[in-house]
Design a protein around this ligand. Structure first.
Ligand code: GAR
Length: 209
């Protein structure tokens, strides 16, 4: 199972998945990393890990259609099976969404459908959770569609909100769960325990053969 990552910032979720691949907990290959941010931690991590990486953004491709094509070409050139949005703050273009329909996963730091949609990313999500007086938040992994945070949910893990939490302390607790949970979900997809519409296990690996 070849993984293509899109990440805008630190890339700690991507790193957690790479580590799971290295230990063998996840039987998958990180094949390519794409970032819209030339200075991102994600691109620096990719270089350290010797994973092919590309800065593709409106700076490198001012035309949205050409940017979409360039992202798709990079994913196809590295024979990606599953696309992982690991803190990717841009919308994907039509071509990429269509070619990888049902095989693009996003991680969101709250229990969708609560606290999702435009403007709900990173620390803003945790601020909104605290402002709403929630006692529980969590992590959601969902399929990606053309709307932010709107595709089918494939997994969720709860995280408690503690008295005295600040957005930062809550973010740290949720991020820890993200790092453990995302590789687990991918492992379930890889082993056939969980199905997503856009990925078919190679038949030689099917559990019932
Ligand atoms: C993660 O908390 C992820 O859930 C969030 O951005 C962070 C990226 O951290 N994504 C969103 O808010 C998407 N709406 P990372 O770059 O260290 O993995």
């Amino acid at each position: 199972m070849k993984l293509g990552f899109l990440a805008s910032h630190n890339g700690s979720n991507m790193q957690a998945i790479i580590e799971a691949c290295k230990t063998g907990a996840l039987q998958a290959t990180p094949a390519v990393v794409i970032s819209n941010n030339a200075e991102s931690g994600a691109l620096a991590r990719a270089k350290r890990e010797s994973i092919p990486s590309y800065h593709l953004s409106s700076k490198t491709h001012p035309s949205p259609e050409r940017l979409d094509r360039a992202i798709l070409d990079a994913l196809l050139a590295h024979q990606v099976d599953i696309v992982i949005l690991a803190g990717y703050m841009k919308k994907l273009g039509e071509l990429t969404l269509k070619r990888f329909e049902g095989a693009i996963l996003n991680i969101h730091p709250a229990l969708l459908p609560k606290f999702g949609g435009q403007g709900m990313y990173g620390i803003h999500v945790h601020e909104a959770v605290l402002a709403a007086g929630e006692h529980e938040t969590g992590v959601t992994i969902h399929l990606v569609t053309e709307e932010y945070d709107s595709g089918a949910i494939i997994g969720q893990e709860n995280v408690p909100v503690m008295p005295g939490d600040t957005p930062k302390s809550l973010q740290e607790r949720v991020l820890k769960t993200e790092h453990a949970y995302f590789p687990k979900v991918l492992q379930k997809i890889e082993s056939g325990e969980m199905a997503i519409p856009g990925y078919k296990m190679p038949t030689s690996q099917c559990p019932d053969r």
